[in-house]
Design a protein around this ligand. Structure first.
Ligand SMILES: Nc1ncnc2c1ncn2[C@@H]1O[C@H](COP(=O)(O)OP(=O)(O)OP(=O)(O)O)[C@@H](O)[C@H]1O
Ligand SMILES: [Mg+2]
Length: 498
């Protein structure tokens, strides 16, 4: 067994050691070394849990409300310390913290899985059944088996129920599929057997506390896209072109969309509509995020994407962001919004530009092809399953034509050199900008070059946090000259802008 990597994670004040090891099976392993409590202590802990529940009234309303939840946590923690001290006397501080941490993990969280939620290196946590180990997707090492399992199917179901309840969702035999999110922002999907044949399952897509920014995307460590391509997207976003991001599952569509929305001028109103809250824009932007809601068990109170999309048109938005287009009704509202003069952004599940088109014009989305021409740009994200790298593989202009719409690929990823290359001129975007602003081609070219230089200067200056990136773009819209001059002078001047 070879140790490839090792680091610590912390949850509820308990530190556990993580080792990534090659144990000569087909996949590497993620070993979580946590201190286990003795059987006798475990029995006492069950008793303590009951005492805490009796002492701290845990009501449903508290569980569904973030600030009430925080208060509840504080109360449970206080009570736990008190009881551990009086009932188990003679523990040192470290032992006491361990027991209190465990009580918190078990009573308010999902036990040992909490460690995975606290490991910033993990993208996904997957429970397949009680007979399989928990699997995780690691940023650096991809899929890994862990040494953690959940003993019974009931326990898995119980975790799913707990996570659902907090956001008002249920999972039952009659309704065995559930989408929910945790208050910490992580997205959860759960399924019950026999629909998931091996057993009850839980998939948690972890939410990054600091979202990726366009500057992260051009860093050598991610190398997702190029500064030249981003300058073009920046130009397109600035001049209110409509844009759709395509890609396969977990290819980084939402992250890409989120990052490029930072190019929006701060004096424009953005309304976003999602099933679960994922977008996280720079704090200065004029942004109203909206989320859908499922109906209650009596079938009342549901708010769909379509409801919100229709409603958003009455909220005087400049820009409308729809998390994902899945159905015809949503797509229709989206394209309606474009026709009524709003800039629109969304994502769609498709592997390349050509498939994006066919997805949009065939069921279940089924848009009339002539609608598509209202969309200006298509961006395609790609995840290589083997290595886990993410790349922008295509940026295409969508051109209306006599024989239907066509996709003109402007940037194309070259797998050999691992580079996003410019393969054609952009025409439609430039023409529309010229028609709207009177700019000349030379000016557009100079503007693109300036944007590219600013992005590179930000990268060199290490300005990559979402809010810092936001500040630079906001300053740019106030005075492009000031930002461009700072970029020319170098990293130090760039940082002075913050
Ligand atoms: N450019 C990138 N480089 C590295 N990791 C990325 C990149 N973009 C996204 N990720 C990571 O990949 C995971 C999936 O990202 P994201 O949710 O954006 O994908 P998606 O295509 O929208 O997924 P879904 O199909 O579920 O909607 C996240 O953990 C995210 O942090
Ligand atoms: Mg997504």
């Amino acid at each position: 067994m070879k140790v490839i990597d090792s680091y610590n994670v912390e949850s509820e004040g308990i530190t556990a050691q993580v080792q990534i090891v090659d144990d000569e099976t087909f996949t590497n392993m993620y070993l979580l070394h946590r201190t286990k409590v003795r059987k006798s202590t475990a029995a006492v802990m069950d008793f303590l849990k009951q005492r805490i529940i009796d002492a701290v009234n845990i009501s449903a309303s508290e569980i569904a409300n973030f600030s009430a939840w925080e208060t509840l946590r504080v109360n449970v923690k206080k009570k736990a310390h008190e009881l551990v001290r009086t009932e188990l006397g003679g523990l040192n501080a470290k032992e006491e913290d361990l027991l209190v941490g465990k009580l918190l993990q078990e009573m308010l969280g999902i036990s040992e899985l909490e460690f995975f939620l606290c490991d910033e290196q993990l993208e996904e946590v997957v429970v397949i059944s009680s007979k399989d180990p928990v699997w995780v997707y690691h940023r650096k090492y991809g899929w890994l088996r862990t040494n953690v399992d959940i003993q019974t199917e009931d326990q898995i179901r119980n975790y799913a129920a707990i996570m659902g309840r907090r956001v008002g969702k249920q999972i039952t035999n009659l309704d065995p599929l559930m989408d929910a999110y945790l208050l910490s922002g992580h997205r959860v999907n759960a399924t019950l057997a026999p629909v998931s044949a091996k057993g009850n399952s839980i998939t948690i897509r972890k939410f990054r506390k600091d979202p990726f920014t366009v500057i992260d995307f051009i860093s050598p460590s991610l190398n997702t896209t190029s500064a030249e391509a981003l300058a073009f997207i920046w130009l397109a976003v600035q001049y209110e072109m409509n844009l759709l991001v395509g890609g396969g599952t977990a290819s980084g569509k939402t992250s890409f969309l989120n990052a490029i929305l930072a190019f929006t001028p701060p004096n424009q109103r953005i309304i976003s509509i999602e099933d679960t809250r994922e977008l996280m824009l720079p704090s200065y932007l004029h942004w109203t995020p909206m989320v859908t809601r499922l109906p209650n068990p009596e079938g009342k109170g549901g708010v769909s994407m379509l409801d919100l999309a229709v409603n958003s048109l009455r909220m005087r938005p400049d820009r409308i962001v729809l998390g994902e287009v899945r159905r015809q009704s949503e797509a229709e509202v989206l394209f309606e919004a474009m026709h009524t003069g709003h800039a629109v952004y969304s994502t769609v599940h498709a592997d390349d530009a050509a498939q994006m088109k066919s997805r949009l014009i065939s069921p279940p989305i089924n848009l009339p092809e002539q609608f598509l021409s209202a969309m200006h740009l298509a961006v395609v994200q790609y995840r290589q399953r083997r290595t886990g790298i993410r790349r922008t593989t295509e940026i295409a202009e969508i051109n209306p034509g006599e024989r239907g719409t066509s996709f003109n690929v402007v940037f194309q990823w070259n797998a050999q050199d691992d580079a996003l290359e410019k393969v054609d001129e952009h025409i439609r975007v430039d023409n529309e900008i010229k028609a709207r602003t009177g700019m000349k081609q030379k000016e557009i070219t100079a503007d693109l070059e300036q944007k590219r230089a600013i992005l590179l200067a930000m990268s060199a200056a290490g300005i990559s946090h979402v809010d810092d990136v936001g500040v630079i773009f906001a300053k740019y819209y106030k005075s492009p000259k000031l930002v461009a001059e700072s970029a020319e002078k170098g990293a130090k001047e760039m940082r002075k802008l913050l």
